[in-house]
Design a protein around this ligand. Structure first.
Ligand SMILES: Nc1ncnc2c1ncn2[C@@H]1O[C@H](COP(=O)(O)OP(=O)(O)OP(=O)(O)O)[C@@H](O)[C@H]1O
Ligand SMILES: [Mg+2]
Length: 252
């Protein structure tokens, strides 16, 4: 069995009196690609953000890339827990629907920013690594372009390169292609597929059924703040997955 990269136990989260995550358990092993599907408002984004503590859950425990965090009842983390959270975040990357690039920085500067400010890598080395990563996502020629002059698909590929720069063990993707025109989606999905082929551990919230069918190892279906189904993709897309899943897939 491959090592566990992400494990959540009984993770709960409410916003006001809306219970958004109702005790979620999830496990992702090294090299796995797990796709999360589910209707709008089912808690997919909240789950992803909870896994790297961009959102602090109300309860439960997490173990991500070997870093363990129990959520205390009062949500106050002691010094040791804060250190675990910082380390956990450094081992993961997040790719958002909205790219979140720095508009005043070129593609290359966006990619190397974390290398310089977080990892304290000397500038010339960071530049070399940044150029390699831009080449990997097919954008070597855009190194000096600002986000405003890049297409959505190019922006998202820069964002992926920026995530890769931190050398993550796991990448969380939150609907990375849903802000893109259909013809730009494939170039982003192609980069994601290559990462999967290279053995990257990925948890991907997406409505791209073809990507799920072709690239995922497992599919998780969320609804109403709960994981309603968690199975390998053959079972998920097969006839035995049940009426609700068939209906959901039929609407996509
Ligand atoms: N910061 C917040 N404050 C208050 N409510 C929130 C917040 N973030 C999310 N919610 C609510 O929590 C619920 C789940 O939201 P979430 O964004 O996790 O769903 P989702 O499955 O990602 O949906 P979508 O497919 O539309 O992205 C929604 O009802 C949403 O309105
Ligand atoms: Mg969402």
């Amino acid at each position: 069995m491959k090592a566990i990269k992400v494990r959540a136990n009984n993770v709960s989260k409410s916003f006001g009196n809306v219970e958004v995550l109702k005790g979620v358990d999830i496990e992702v092993r090294a090299g796995e690609v797990v796709v999360v599907l589910g209707p709008s408002g089912s808690g997919k984004t909240t789950l992803l953000r909870s896994l790297n503590l961009l959102e602090i859950p109300d309860g439960g425990s997490l173990e991500v890339c070997g870093h363990h965090v129990d959520i205390p009842a009062d949500k106050r983390f002691d010094r040791a827990a804060r250190r675990e959270i910082a380390l956990l975040r450094q081992r993961t990357a997040m790719v958002f629907q909205s790219f979140n690039l720095f508009p005043h920085m070129t593609a290359l500067q966006n990619v190397i920013e974390g290398l310089i400010s977080v990892k304290r890598i000397p500038r010339d080395q960071a530049l070399m690594r940044g150029l390699e990563l831009l080449a990997q996502v097919g954008l070597a020629d855009k190194r000096d372009s600002y986000p405003s002059s890049l297409s959505g698909g190019q922006k998202q590929r820069v964002a992926i390169a920026r995530g890769l720069a931190m050398d993550p063990e796991v990448i969380f993707f939150d609907e990375p292609t849903s802000a893109l025109d259909p013809e730009l989606r494939d170039e982003v999905l192609g980069v994601m597929r290559e990462l999967a082929d290279q053995g990257m551990t990925m948890l991907v919230v997406t409505h791209e059924v073809r990507f799920a069918r072709e690239v995922a190892d497992r599919v998780i279906f969320m609804e109403g703040g709960r994981i309603q189904k968690d199975c390998d993709k053959e079972a998920f897309f097969g006839a035995e997955s049940g009426e609700r899943i068939r209906q959901f897939l039929g609407r996509l």
